[in-house]
Design a protein around this ligand. Sequence first.
Ligand SMILES: *Cc1c(COP(=O)(O)O)cnc(C)c1O
Length: 235
Amino acid sequence: MEQNGHSIALNLSAIRSQLPDGVRLVAVSKFHPIPSLQAAYDAGQRLFGENRPQEFSAKVPQMPADTEWHFIGHLQTNKLKLVLPYASLVQSVDSLHLLEAIDRWGRDNQRVIDVLLELHLGAEQTKHGLTEEEILQIVLGEAISAWTSVRFKGLMGMATNTDNEARIREDFSRISHLFHHIRTQLEAIPSPEGKERAACWTELSIGMSGDWRIALEYGATLIRVGTAIFGEREY
Ligand SMILES: *Cc1c(COP(=O)(O)O)cnc(C)c1O
Protein backbone atom coordinates (compact mmCIF):
# COMPACT_ATOMS: atom_id res chain seq x y z
CA MET A 1 0.00 0.00 0.00
CA GLU A 2 1.11 3.56 -0.71
CA GLN A 3 2.50 5.19 2.42
CA ASN A 4 1.18 8.59 3.45
CA GLY A 5 3.43 11.63 3.60
CA HIS A 6 4.03 11.27 7.31
CA SER A 7 5.21 7.68 7.10
CA ILE A 8 7.38 8.49 4.07
CA ALA A 9 9.14 11.15 6.15
CA LEU A 10 9.56 8.73 9.08
CA ASN A 11 10.89 5.97 6.81
CA LEU A 12 13.41 8.35 5.28
CA SER A 13 14.72 9.62 8.59
CA ALA A 14 15.00 6.08 9.98
CA ILE A 15 17.17 5.06 7.03
CA ARG A 16 19.23 8.27 6.92
CA SER A 17 20.05 8.01 10.63
CA GLN A 18 21.82 4.72 9.89
CA LEU A 19 23.89 5.90 6.92
CA PRO A 20 27.55 6.67 7.48
CA ASP A 21 29.05 9.84 5.96
CA GLY A 22 29.70 9.44 2.27
CA VAL A 23 26.76 7.12 1.59
CA ARG A 24 23.89 8.60 -0.43
CA LEU A 25 20.35 7.34 -0.44
CA VAL A 26 18.60 7.05 -3.80
CA ALA A 27 14.83 7.10 -3.23
CA VAL A 28 13.53 4.66 -5.84
CA SER A 29 10.20 6.15 -6.81
CA LYS A 30 9.19 3.98 -9.76
CA PHE A 31 5.45 3.25 -9.89
CA HIS A 32 4.82 5.75 -7.08
CA PRO A 33 2.76 8.90 -7.73
CA ILE A 34 4.10 12.46 -7.62
CA PRO A 35 2.51 13.30 -4.22
CA SER A 36 4.65 10.55 -2.68
CA LEU A 37 7.79 11.91 -4.32
CA GLN A 38 6.83 15.40 -3.19
CA ALA A 39 6.41 14.14 0.40
CA ALA A 40 9.93 12.71 0.24
CA TYR A 41 11.21 15.98 -1.23
CA ASP A 42 9.52 17.94 1.55
CA ALA A 43 11.27 15.66 4.05
CA GLY A 44 14.59 16.73 2.54
CA GLN A 45 15.16 14.00 -0.04
CA ARG A 46 16.69 15.34 -3.26
CA LEU A 47 17.98 12.24 -5.04
CA PHE A 48 15.49 9.97 -6.81
CA GLY A 49 15.83 6.88 -9.01
CA GLU A 50 13.53 5.72 -11.78
CA ASN A 51 13.78 2.69 -14.03
CA ARG A 52 11.41 3.33 -16.97
CA PRO A 53 12.21 6.03 -19.53
CA GLN A 54 8.63 7.21 -20.16
CA GLU A 55 7.75 7.42 -16.47
CA PHE A 56 11.09 9.10 -15.75
CA SER A 57 10.66 11.83 -18.36
CA ALA A 58 7.05 12.41 -17.30
CA LYS A 59 8.03 12.90 -13.64
CA VAL A 60 11.03 15.18 -14.09
CA PRO A 61 9.06 18.34 -15.02
CA GLN A 62 6.58 17.73 -12.17
CA MET A 63 9.22 17.97 -9.45
CA PRO A 64 11.21 21.00 -8.21
CA ALA A 65 14.18 21.97 -10.35
CA ASP A 66 16.77 21.01 -7.72
CA THR A 67 15.62 17.38 -7.69
CA GLU A 68 18.47 15.10 -8.75
CA TRP A 69 17.69 12.05 -10.86
CA HIS A 70 19.48 8.77 -11.42
CA PHE A 71 18.34 6.30 -14.03
CA ILE A 72 18.52 2.73 -12.70
CA GLY A 73 16.67 0.57 -15.24
CA HIS A 74 17.18 -1.16 -18.54
CA LEU A 75 17.63 1.49 -21.21
CA GLN A 76 16.98 0.86 -24.87
CA THR A 77 19.08 2.91 -27.25
CA ASN A 78 16.01 4.46 -28.90
CA LYS A 79 14.98 5.98 -25.54
CA LEU A 80 18.17 7.86 -24.74
CA LYS A 81 16.70 11.30 -25.35
CA LEU A 82 14.06 10.68 -22.68
CA VAL A 83 16.72 10.04 -20.07
CA LEU A 84 20.15 11.51 -20.80
CA PRO A 85 19.21 15.22 -20.72
CA TYR A 86 17.90 14.85 -17.14
CA ALA A 87 19.83 12.08 -15.38
CA SER A 88 22.92 13.12 -13.41
CA LEU A 89 23.99 9.46 -13.41
CA VAL A 90 22.98 6.43 -15.47
CA GLN A 91 23.54 3.58 -13.02
CA SER A 92 22.48 0.76 -15.27
CA VAL A 93 24.77 0.45 -18.28
CA ASP A 94 24.25 -3.23 -18.95
CA SER A 95 25.69 -3.76 -22.44
CA LEU A 96 28.51 -2.57 -24.65
CA HIS A 97 25.94 -1.63 -27.26
CA LEU A 98 24.22 0.74 -24.81
CA LEU A 99 27.52 2.24 -23.69
CA GLU A 100 28.46 2.97 -27.31
CA ALA A 101 25.09 4.62 -27.93
CA ILE A 102 25.42 6.80 -24.80
CA ASP A 103 28.93 7.84 -25.81
CA ARG A 104 27.69 8.77 -29.29
CA TRP A 105 24.76 10.74 -27.84
CA GLY A 106 27.14 12.60 -25.53
CA ARG A 107 29.41 13.50 -28.45
CA ASP A 108 26.49 14.67 -30.58
CA ASN A 109 25.13 16.79 -27.72
CA GLN A 110 28.46 18.11 -26.38
CA ARG A 111 27.91 16.37 -23.07
CA VAL A 112 29.89 13.97 -20.93
CA ILE A 113 27.56 11.42 -19.33
CA ASP A 114 28.37 9.95 -15.91
CA VAL A 115 27.72 6.21 -15.85
CA LEU A 116 28.00 3.14 -13.64
CA LEU A 117 28.60 -0.23 -15.24
CA GLU A 118 26.09 -2.83 -14.08
CA LEU A 119 27.71 -6.11 -13.08
CA HIS A 120 25.55 -9.14 -13.64
CA LEU A 121 25.19 -10.70 -10.19
CA GLY A 122 23.05 -13.54 -8.99
CA ALA A 123 21.15 -15.65 -11.40
CA GLU A 124 17.45 -15.73 -11.90
CA GLN A 125 15.92 -12.31 -11.58
CA THR A 126 17.67 -10.41 -14.30
CA LYS A 127 19.31 -11.15 -17.58
CA HIS A 128 20.83 -7.71 -17.63
CA GLY A 129 24.37 -6.80 -16.79
CA LEU A 130 27.97 -7.04 -17.94
CA THR A 131 30.38 -9.81 -16.96
CA GLU A 132 33.53 -9.04 -14.97
CA GLU A 133 35.59 -9.66 -18.09
CA GLU A 134 33.56 -7.19 -20.12
CA ILE A 135 33.86 -4.54 -17.40
CA LEU A 136 37.63 -4.97 -17.11
CA GLN A 137 37.93 -4.73 -20.87
CA ILE A 138 35.89 -1.51 -20.97
CA VAL A 139 37.60 0.40 -18.16
CA LEU A 140 41.14 -0.99 -18.35
CA GLY A 141 41.46 -2.17 -21.96
CA GLU A 142 43.43 -0.45 -24.69
CA ALA A 143 40.33 1.14 -26.22
CA ILE A 144 39.68 3.18 -23.07
CA SER A 145 40.71 6.45 -24.71
CA ALA A 146 38.03 5.97 -27.35
CA TRP A 147 35.33 6.75 -24.76
CA THR A 148 35.29 10.52 -25.07
CA SER A 149 31.77 11.30 -23.84
CA VAL A 150 31.13 8.95 -20.95
CA ARG A 151 32.79 9.15 -17.54
CA PHE A 152 33.10 5.89 -15.62
CA LYS A 153 32.08 6.52 -12.01
CA GLY A 154 31.93 2.95 -10.71
CA LEU A 155 29.77 -0.15 -10.48
CA MET A 156 26.14 -1.04 -9.82
CA GLY A 157 24.77 -4.45 -8.90
CA MET A 158 21.65 -6.20 -7.64
CA ALA A 159 22.22 -9.12 -5.30
CA THR A 160 20.38 -12.37 -5.82
CA ASN A 161 16.78 -12.06 -4.69
CA THR A 162 16.90 -14.49 -1.78
CA ASP A 163 16.53 -14.79 2.00
CA ASN A 164 19.86 -16.57 2.09
CA GLU A 165 22.12 -13.93 3.59
CA ALA A 166 25.30 -15.85 2.77
CA ARG A 167 24.38 -15.71 -0.90
CA ILE A 168 23.77 -11.97 -0.74
CA ARG A 169 27.13 -11.49 0.98
CA GLU A 170 28.83 -13.50 -1.76
CA ASP A 171 27.35 -11.21 -4.41
CA PHE A 172 28.28 -8.01 -2.57
CA SER A 173 31.75 -9.33 -1.88
CA ARG A 174 32.29 -10.07 -5.56
CA ILE A 175 31.25 -6.65 -6.78
CA SER A 176 33.14 -4.89 -3.99
CA HIS A 177 36.35 -6.73 -4.89
CA LEU A 178 35.96 -5.85 -8.54
CA PHE A 179 35.33 -2.20 -7.66
CA HIS A 180 38.50 -1.96 -5.55
CA HIS A 181 40.58 -3.97 -8.00
CA ILE A 182 39.71 -1.53 -10.78
CA ARG A 183 40.54 1.47 -8.62
CA THR A 184 43.95 0.00 -7.80
CA GLN A 185 44.61 -0.69 -11.47
CA LEU A 186 43.57 2.83 -12.47
CA GLU A 187 45.78 4.36 -9.80
CA ALA A 188 48.73 2.41 -11.21
CA ILE A 189 48.40 4.02 -14.65
CA PRO A 190 51.27 6.53 -14.69
CA SER A 191 49.72 9.19 -16.98
CA PRO A 192 47.66 12.15 -15.73
CA GLU A 193 44.78 10.54 -17.58
CA GLY A 194 45.09 7.51 -15.30
CA LYS A 195 45.03 9.74 -12.21
CA GLU A 196 41.93 11.44 -13.52
CA ARG A 197 40.18 8.12 -14.18
CA ALA A 198 41.07 6.83 -10.72
CA ALA A 199 39.73 10.02 -9.12
CA CYS A 200 36.40 9.56 -10.93
CA TRP A 201 36.02 5.93 -9.91
CA THR A 202 34.19 6.52 -6.62
CA GLU A 203 30.72 4.96 -6.66
CA LEU A 204 29.60 1.50 -5.60
CA SER A 205 25.82 1.23 -5.90
CA ILE A 206 24.59 -1.83 -4.00
CA GLY A 207 21.77 -2.45 -1.56
CA MET A 208 17.97 -2.24 -1.83
CA SER A 209 15.14 -2.32 0.73
CA GLY A 210 15.92 -5.85 1.89
CA ASP A 211 19.70 -5.74 1.96
CA TRP A 212 21.02 -2.17 2.22
CA ARG A 213 22.31 -2.68 5.77
CA ILE A 214 24.44 -5.57 4.53
CA ALA A 215 25.57 -3.53 1.52
CA LEU A 216 27.04 -0.88 3.85
CA GLU A 217 29.45 -3.51 5.17
CA TYR A 218 30.76 -3.98 1.63
CA GLY A 219 31.45 -0.32 0.99
CA ALA A 220 28.27 0.89 -0.71
CA THR A 221 28.39 4.60 -1.57
CA LEU A 222 24.88 4.63 -3.07
CA ILE A 223 21.95 2.59 -1.80
CA ARG A 224 18.76 2.35 -3.87
CA VAL A 225 15.68 2.01 -1.68
CA GLY A 226 12.06 2.00 -2.84
CA THR A 227 9.64 -0.19 -0.87
CA ALA A 228 11.11 0.66 2.55
CA ILE A 229 10.39 4.34 1.86
CA PHE A 230 7.22 4.43 -0.24
CA GLY A 231 5.55 1.09 0.51
CA GLU A 232 4.70 -1.72 -1.89
CA ARG A 233 4.47 -0.83 -5.56
CA GLU A 234 1.19 -1.37 -7.39
CA TYR A 235 1.99 -2.62 -10.87
C1 LIG B 1 13.18 -1.25 -7.93
C2 LIG B 1 14.66 -1.17 -7.80
C3 LIG B 1 15.26 -0.91 -6.56
C4 LIG B 1 14.47 -0.72 -5.26
O1 LIG B 1 13.89 -1.90 -4.85
P1 LIG B 1 13.18 -2.00 -3.41
O2 LIG B 1 13.26 -3.44 -3.08
O3 LIG B 1 11.78 -1.53 -3.59
O4 LIG B 1 13.95 -1.15 -2.48
C5 LIG B 1 16.65 -0.81 -6.52
N1 LIG B 1 17.40 -0.96 -7.61
C6 LIG B 1 16.87 -1.22 -8.82
C7 LIG B 1 17.76 -1.37 -9.99
C8 LIG B 1 15.49 -1.33 -8.96
O5 LIG B 1 14.96 -1.60 -10.16
